[in-house]
Ligand binder design. Structure first.
Ligand SMILES: Nc1ncnc2c1ncn2[C@@H]1O[C@H](COP(=O)(O)OP(=O)(O)OP(=O)(O)O)[C@@H](O)[C@H]1O
Ligand SMILES: [Mg+2]
Length: 250
């Protein structure tokens, strides 16, 4: 089946073509092109208000497109509602996490599996989530609102994983976390990628994002300003000045 010529011909897992997103009269995203291939971690970086969250939300189906196409495994999905995109394997961990504070940790986690029919393998997936996120297992019974910020972020990721995504959309996972927790979080994201989940990562911490990702896009004012291999972007003087807070010679 999967001979090499077929693999080469396979479309990207996710492909954005001329995607535009409006918030009322404001155009937040101006016709961008972007791709995530199977098995890739791709990072989307850029200043506040650049249009990163608008882009992820449009991919997940939480915002309509004003123009363009979102193709997933070669098929246009822009007309599908969010829950059907989730059922096909596109899971979003939104900015601000979207945890239900009064529900228990366990209830929050299981919400991630609500579109699944294969309840039999759910137990195994829960085990995998507990292994990736050991602190979650110890806190299953407590209200999710009592978790620390870092634990809530882990819970939000665990919930998304229970949907069995092929494509995980992460919006600012490190926001508000202490540096030590950010390192642990990025280790977890790397482990998820090794499990074969493709990831589109929006991240303020450009240094870490460019370390984890194979490729990256830089967004500015609703447009893609720059794209390329993450390693090349890390060494780009303009990127170093604008996003890595650094000198041009590391
Ligand atoms: N619900 C909304 N209503 C009106 N304007 C919005 C809304 N959401 C976003 N915008 C505007 O759209 C533009 C892009 O916002 P977006 O949230 O996509 O940026 P971002 O790159 O994710 O920024 P940040 O790094 O601050 O999260 C901004 O100018 C923002 O003010
Ligand atoms: Mg945002």
């Amino acid at each position: 089946m999967a001979d090499e010529s077929a693999a080469e011909a396979a479309p990207p897992l996710l492909q954005l073509e001329g995607v535009a997103v409006d918030h009322g009269a404001l155009r937040a995203v101006h016709g961008i092109d972007l791709a995530v291939h199977e098995g890739e971690v791709v990072s989307l970086i850029g200043a506040n208000g650049a249009g990163k969250s608008s882009t992820l939300n449009a991919v997940a189906g939480l915002l309509p497109l004003a123009a363009g196409h979102v193709r997933y495994r070669g098929e246009a999905v822009e007309a599908l509602p969010a829950h059907l995109r989730l059922a096909r394997g596109i899971a979003l961990v939104p900015e601000g996490r979207g945890i239900f504070a009064r529900l228990s940790v366990d209830e929050n986690l299981r919400l991630g599996a609500y579109t699944r029919r294969d309840k039999a393998v759910l137990a195994a997936d829960l085990e995998r989530v507990y292994t990736l996120l050991p602190r979650i297992r110890e806190r299953l019974g407590q209200p999710a609102g009592t978790l620390s910020g870092g634990e809530q972020q882990m819970l939000a990721i665990g919930r998304a994983l229970l949907a069995r995504p092929r494509l995980l959309l992460l919006d600012e996972p490190s926001m508000g976390l202490a540096p030590r927790l950010v390192d642990a979080l990025f280790d977890t994201i790397a482990a998820i990628a090794r499990d074969g989940v493709s990831i589109l990562l929006v991240e303020q911490n450009a240094a870490l994002a460019l370390e984890l990702a194979q490729r990256a896009y830089v967004m500015a004012n609703g447009r893609i300003a720059l794209e390329g291999a993450a390693a090349a972007l890390r060494d780009d003087p303009a990127i170093r000045r604008a996003y890595l807070g650094g000198t041009e010679n590391p």
